[in-house]
Design a protein around this ligand. Structure first.
Ligand code: SAH
Ligand code: SF4
Length: 336
């Protein structure tokens, strides 16, 4: 199987070209071709001497994921079913917006965290994505647009694949490559506390969003069994200690499940839990689908919840995008 060039950094490319007797500046050309010019094939990388190009073509490919299917929503959202080199598939979702599009990418094939309201959970974990597979999803979306937000909120728990997520973030933000601002990349976690602390020690890292989803330890344990291992109290403590950059705020996501975690009392408890954190709250009304037994709350309930939280923190209701094509939060499950 040909090796992928996407996901390699400059030192790795230097090693490849010098091992073939070429000058190290050739690595720069390859890097530029992949990340800046967004070549889809080795033959599209400009300026390489024919000998090196042939040598590379014999062993390597650019290695972008292949768009196997594309589903377009009535609201313009596009869900991509992407095939990886080993035949596994993941999904990415492109949400066009005024001025700037957002691409929601996956970090694992499936997910090992067993959240009871999430369709990706039903798949279990197959494997981690490589840095190249993470960056590749962005490169596909960046092919015909320049201004992008990236959210690592597709399939998988990014903090259980932290080394590859960090390498991908470095490549995405490199000034000589895609040059995205770290302010435009957000990672969402179910709350793997030791890894949140590890993320905070990384010099180049995405913004942090934490999926809170419940207002008490007991309720969270029922909805997100991972809380038995990573306690809610510790999660909040870790967030308090998290080294925010001056421009940064924590985001908390809260999936509203009708009659389960959406009462006024829940809203008041959320406010108390997050007191003293520099944060904002994003509410997500449950996105339904077959095989998961929760209700979407009434819009009035969502609004009432938002009213209470808004007195203390900025609080937004996330617009459901692409529900009709199973592209909305928590719906990614490789549905054809
Ligand atoms: N694994 C990470 C990121 C992917 S999930 C995490 O859990 O944070 C992205 C967001 O979708 C999370 O906030 C999650 O709570 C939410 N979500 C999961 N299933 C959902 C559903 N059925 N409806 C609405 N949001 C859901
Ligand atoms: Fe995994 Fe996130 Fe879904 Fe939980 S909500 S199962 S962590 S993808």
């Amino acid at each position: 199987m040909a090796q992928s060039l996407v996901g390699l950094d400059t030192p790795e490319l230097v090693q490849i070209v010098t091992a073939r007797g070429e000058a190290s500046f050739r690595a720069r050309q390859i890097y530029d071709g992949i990340y800046r010019a967004r070549a889809a094939a080795v033959g599209q990388i400009r300026g390489l001497p024919p000998g090196l190009r042939r040598a590379l073509e014999a062993e390597f490919e650019v290695g972008l994921p292949v768009i196997e299917r594309e589903f377009v929503s009535l609201d313009g959202t596009i869900r991509y079913l992407l095939r990886l080199a080993d035949g596994q598939t993941v999904e990415a979702v492109l949400m066009p917006e005024e001025g700037r599009d957002t691409i929601c990418i996956s970090t694992q094939v499936g997910c090992p965290v067993d959240c009871k309201f999430c369709f990706t959970a039903l798949l279990g974990l197959s494997r981690n994505l490589t840095a190249g597979e993470i960056v590749g999803q962005v490169l596909l979306a960046a092919r015909d647009r320049d201004r992008l937000n990236v959210v690592m909120m597709g399939m998988g728990e990014p903090l259980l694949n932290l080394p590859n997520v960090i390498k991908a973030t470095r490549l995405l933000t490199d000034k000589d490559g895609l040059a995205l601002s770290p302010r435009r990349i957000t990672l969402s976690t179910s709350g793997i506390t030791p890894k949140i602390a590890a993320l905070g020690r990384e010099p180049v890292r995405p913004k942090l969003a934490v999926s809170l989803n419940a207002s008490t330890e007991e309720a969270r344990e029922k909805l997100m069994p991972i809380t038995r291992k990573y306690k809610l109290g510790e999660l909040i403590e870790t967030c308090r200690a998290y080294p925010l950059r001056p421009w940064e705020k924590l985001s908390f996501e809260y999936v509203l499940l009708g009659g389960v975690n959406d009462s006024d009392q829940d809203a008041r408890r959320v406010v108390r839990l997050l007191a003293q954190l520099k944060c904002m709250v994003n509410l997500i009304a449950f996105n339904p689908g077959p095989g998961i037994d929760f209700q979407t709350p009434d819009p009035e309930r969502v609004a009432a919840f938002q009213q209470i939280v808004r007195r203390s923190f900025p609080c937004f209701v996330r617009k459901p995008r692409g529900r009709d094509i199973y592209a909305a939060c928590g719906q990614l499950k490789r549905t054809n």
